[in-house]
Design a protein around this ligand. Sequence first.
Ligand code: SAH
Length: 448
Amino acid sequence: MLQKNEIYEALVTDYTAEGQGVAHVDGCAVFLPNAIAGERVRLRIEKVGKTWASGKIVEILERSPHRVNRECPVAKLCGGCDFWHMDYAEETRLKAERVKGCLNRLAGENLEEVPILAAPDCHGYRNKAQYPVASKKGRAYAGFFRAGTHDVVENKRCRILPEETDRVKDAVMDYVNQYRVSVYDEATHTGLLRHIYVRRGAVSGEILVCLVVNGRKLPRAEALVERLKKISGFTTLVLSVNTKKGNAVLGDEFITLCGPGYIQDTLCGLTFRLSPRSFYQVNHYQAQRLYRAAMEQAGITKADTVLDLYCGVGTITLAMASAAGKVIGVEVIPQAVEDARENAARNGIQNAEFFCGDAGQAALALEGQGVRPDVITVDPPRKGLSANAIQAISRMNPRRLVYISCDPATLARDVALLKEKGFRLQSAQAADLFPRCAHVESIAVLSR
Ligand code: SAH
């Protein structure tokens, strides 16, 4: 049994899904942040669970050639990124291994290698930021949560965000401090400003600023707008009303204070309207590569009907429309569906139809109406496909299923379930949409 606060020596052999190193001491797995596979370390045990423990490195005895000096000064504290202590080659290796490991272990595959679409640049790629706001000794500040806590770590310049986004944060905080706008306090559920949410179109440069507030009004809003107008690309200011306790960032009501309430961006040659509530991939360059890879592998012809489940604002649906006979998108967030319909119109696309609802239920309903898509694409949130979705897909019997996933573990679980329904995995590929962070995206192509 490992002892808390004791020091042990161990070899780091692997990584967790969250990007921590894994070492084994006396047969017990020990999770170590900031560790790199291949390193021999002295570690201090901090927590002992039933089948695992966690600890911290106290000394690196054998250093990995992949270890680098952290470019971000707050990387060790900030819960935003996970990998500034290693080079990008090791990061992409471990991500590809993770996708492969999940498919082999959980879906009974026997893949030797899963290729990864690596990002050409790890800097400034995120088109969206949600900064929590805090205050100390009468001064308000914004940053990102420390891993596993709600302590806000201040960061002057986040390496994975474009400069304009940080400038918006600075302008908002400047205004907050000058006009003594109150900052939300979770413990007492008082105070106004909770989060600063910024989305910037990578191609258009248009910026949406959305302040999440515990209330419905912003004092001296015109003074804030004046500051924001000095930032190139600023397009719209929106309030998101969130008066609830809990961790959900956005509220359900949005109040536009300035501009149209949404921004536009271009993706895969199409223009998209993006409301604050709508999902939009955060890494524009890599998202385009991911969608192009998905489209190539979908092998769509003009005779095909394509069903795109979890379609968001219709990015994939509309990108496939010109190659297909007909495309149908399904999405649960009403604002995103409105965006998707508007986006079809904006791009002059007439063979697209969108439904608002749960993907599984809507797919079963479409199946019941006799809809038989030739190709189905799915891009679910981390929890993966529902039982309904799997059943509907199976009954619709598409020629091909293209599964885009942001969690290889649920992807592998669903591949296993689809295999029980007679599908076979044809190819799998990882894509790095989140450089320096532990999340990894992947595409799996299945057919019967
Ligand atoms: N394909 C889109 C969106 C992918 S993100 C793109 O690449 O931009 C996943 C989407 O699934 C989000 O838009 C989310 O709102 C939606 N979603 C989540 N749960 C859902 C459900 N049960 N049914 C339908 N859509 C859902």
